[in-house]
Design a protein. Sequence first.
Length: 424
Amino acid sequence: MDPHMTEWLNLAIRWVHMIVGIAWIGASFYFVWLENNLNRVNPKTGLSGDLWAIHGGGIYHLEKYKLAPPSMPENLHWFKWEAYFTWITGVLLLGVVYYLNADIYLVAPGSGLSATASVALGVGSLAAGWIIYSLLCDSALGKKPMLLGIILFFGLVAAAYGLSQVFSGRGAYIHVGAIIGTIMVGNVFFVIMPAQRGLVKAIEENREPDPVLPAKGLLRSRHNNYLTLPVLFIMISNHFPSTYGSEYNWLILAGLAVFSILVRHYFNTRHGSQKFAWTVPVAALGMIALAFVTSPYASRMGESSVPAASAPAAEAKAESTTAQAETGSAAAAQPASSGVSFAQVNEVIQERCSVCHSAQPTHAAFSTAPAGVILDTPEEIKVNAPRIVAQSVQTKVMPLGNLTQMTDDERKLIGTWVEQGAHL
Ligand code: HEC
């Protein structure tokens, strides 16, 4: 597909995805808050509590019924389309970003997976995630929510590990997010909505409502509550190459998920007691610890930053004209200890990055430089030096899918050039 049209399709779908996602999660946060803040002292008959609130210049009085009002209202508002549309737009976005260009965004460099196989695996992981989750919830484990929660957590970590072996870091992350999103929407569609319909129908027919479905719905909606924060992180994780770009990306994701679940637990329980107030500082300390553990300085300790001569760049260059090859190997032949020259760095960047990061990219998937990063001139390279280091030295997320086969020596070369002051 034309890259310009893909970009606008991406824009439109992503925008809607965000809007409906906010509506869904916003309503869900609001109802959890409402439930936790209900005034349950001396409720009126038939009520379990009420709440007064002021918002947007108006005063509201909300009442929650123990079961239902004596007669059902004409208009009962249901919250479901927000969830459904979040999933639909999410899957479309997955298709536009990751499946249309699976070879560059999804397949892990060197995994040997074909684009078609990676898409099949991606789609399959969503279906498998839902089926396994749902079977576990309906099994005897459904009666042991704590044990079930722990098993589900480790199941998702296992999925993150498995996917990170065959998908790019970002591809693995987004699929874990999509598995979670599918579970959450599946819960709404297959369990929570039918439970609510059953409840309303029973009330209308003056029957005792069947307690089984609502109990299932409650368990599933608890899961949705705790899964919200991890999935929100995954949605923004693309901005953080030190997470998805790490060799231990699946473990970092597991850590972040634990911290967010702890904080969520505190917010779920704080109205009743402050017993879990410790989770907030623990999560904050955990984040600080993760920042240190994932730091490139931590992992590089003891390793020399001075690279060997950049032979691969010289080799690659030799395929072009002889005159260029001569200057290329001359630049590469300079001993690294005397300092890395800009010529060496420029050669690597033009070889490995400029198919995409140019004012006129030659790669078929891009009509403009991705992320607006243009690396044509020496000045553009110098200005972008810190970002280049973050993306292709400290992590290996660039070149995307390592399509241009950048070598580790070339990465070190750029790192050394920047450490030496990035002189032109
Ligand atoms: C196959 C195409 C391709 C190649 C080759 C490539 N990039 Fe990228 N680059 C991208 C895409 C696509 C993005 C935007 C990623 C996103 O959507 O988050 C990007 C983003 C970036 C960014 C911006 C990241 C940010 O958000 O700050 C930098 C910096 C970057 N690339 C550097 C490099 C360097 C350095 C090289 C060469 C070593 C390189 N890229 C090679 C496709 C490529």
